[in-house]
Structure formats: structure tokens, C-alpha cells
Write a protein that binds this ligand. Structure first.
Ligand code: TYD
Length: 198
């Protein structure tokens, strides 16, 4: 099936199910005959691997400015070296997190959203951006004893507030992530199909 490339991103809080949903979406699209690929941020490139080690796998958070700059650099790398080449081959890219993660997570530290937008302004605009909506109260039950630097109640609450504002502004399409995995997957698939088939 010939079609132009599309760029879709899936956003959500930690353990909201966005990785499973991104993979299920890719599988459903491929079953329908589309050439869909999964990608993720932090990316699997060198900057993304550095972020996992230096920013995420540690006890305390690094400075918000360093976080924001590193995630923006990784995004530029992801766009130039993975997303653009795949789009030019006509593929459908499903990115597990994208620029809205920076607005939500780094914005939640108090950094100016305008500045975060500014350092990310050269990256591609996604065609569709979906937010998997799961309450922080539900998520707290999913986090184990060993919480990541981000998996703190107050942090997730602040991140959620920004995501919800982005939903209000129409930037993100919300999907209830508290329903069964299968129902959420069906809902996401129909949103995407409606967009790419019309
Ligand atoms: P996550 O999707 O949870 O990765 P994994 O499933 O491999 O653990 O993302 C890792 C963390 O990175 C998550 O807590 C959110 C954070 N993050 C930011 O703070 N800003 C960003 O721009 C991105 C892409 C992620």
C-alpha cells in the first residue's frame, strides 16, 4: 500500500502504558498493510543513551536546564537521523514520547514553557499526538519501591497538570488509559485510522 509518511507521538505519565500502546499501534497498522515503525525518546542514539545513564539512572535529578537541553539535543538527533529518513520512505512513525514530554516534565520543574519551545523549535511537528490519560493515584500503585527520579507523586502531579493543559489547548488527543489495554488500543487505532484514511 503506497501512502505518504505520518508522524504520530504517544505521550503520558510514567507507567501510563504508552510503550505498550505504541507497540500495539504499530502492530495493528502493520496488520492493516501500513509500513509502521516504533521509535522512542530518550532515543537509542548516543545522546539518548547518555541521558538514560546521566539523567535517569541516578538518585537525584540533575539541573532542569541540563535536562531540557539534553532532551532537546536528543530530539534533534532523533528527528535528523531516524524520523526524517523513515518519513521520506513513506513510513508511519509512532514515537513513544516526543516534545510534549519536555514541556510536561521539564516545564513541571518551573522552567519557562516558552524557553522549552524555543530550544525545540527546529524539530518536526507531529501529525497526531495522543495522551494516555491515567490518574497519578492509579500510577502510584504501579510504581515499585525503587522509584525513578521522575516517579514521585508531586512530580507526576505537576507533569499531569501540563499534559492536561495541552489537552485543553487541543495539542494532545486524550485517550482513557484506565480502561482495558485492548479497549484503549482500539480507541487509539481508530483515531489514527480516521486521520490517515481521510
Ligand atoms: P520512559 O518513557 O518512561 O522510558 P522507559 O520506559 O525506558 O523508562 O521515559 C523516561 C523518562 O524520561 C520519563 O520519566 C520521562 C523523561 N523524559 C523527560 O523528562 N523529558 C523528555 O523530553 C523525555 C522525552 C522524557
Amino acid at each position: 500500500m503506497k501512502h505518504k509518511g505520518y508522524f504520530i507521538c504517544i505521550e503520558g505519565l510514567d507507567k501510563s502504558g504508552k510503550t505498550s500502546q505504541s507497540i500495539l499501534l504499530v502492530e495493528a497498522l502493520c496488520r492493516k498493510g501500513f509500513d509502521a515503525v516504533y521509535t522512542t525518546e530518550p532515543s537509542n542514539g548516543e545522546i539518548g543513551r547518555f541521558i538514560r545513564k546521566y539523567v535517569l539512572h541516578r538518585k537525584d535529578r540533575v539541573s532542569p536546564i541540563i535536562e531540557a537541553l539534553l532532551f532537546a539535543a536528543d530530539r534533534a538527533d532523533h528527528v535528523e537521523n531516524e524520523i526524517k529518513p523513515l518519513l521520506s520512505e513513506g513510513k508511519i512513525i509512532v514515537s513513544d514520547r516526543y516534545v510534549y514530554s519536555s514541556l510536561a516534565y521539564q516545564g513541571a520543574t518551573g522552567l519557562s514553557l516558552d524557553w522549552i519551545k524555543e530550544i525545540n523549535k527546529h524539530v518536526l511537528q507531529p501529525d497526531l499526538s495522543i495522551y494516555i490519560d491515567v490518574s497519578v493515584e492509579t500510577l502510584m500503585k504501579r510504581y515499585g519501591k525503587e522509584k525513578s527520579v521522575m516517579e514521585q507523586f508531586e512530580t507526576q502531579k505537576k507533569v499531569e497538570k501540563i499534559y492536561k493543559n495541552l489537552v485543553q489547548e487541543g495539542k494532545l488527543i486524550p485517550v482513557n488509559g484506565e480502561q482495558s489495554i485492548e479497549s484503549a488500543a482500539n480507541e487509539i487505532f481508530s483515531i489514527v485510522l480516521n486521520y490517515i484514511i481521510i
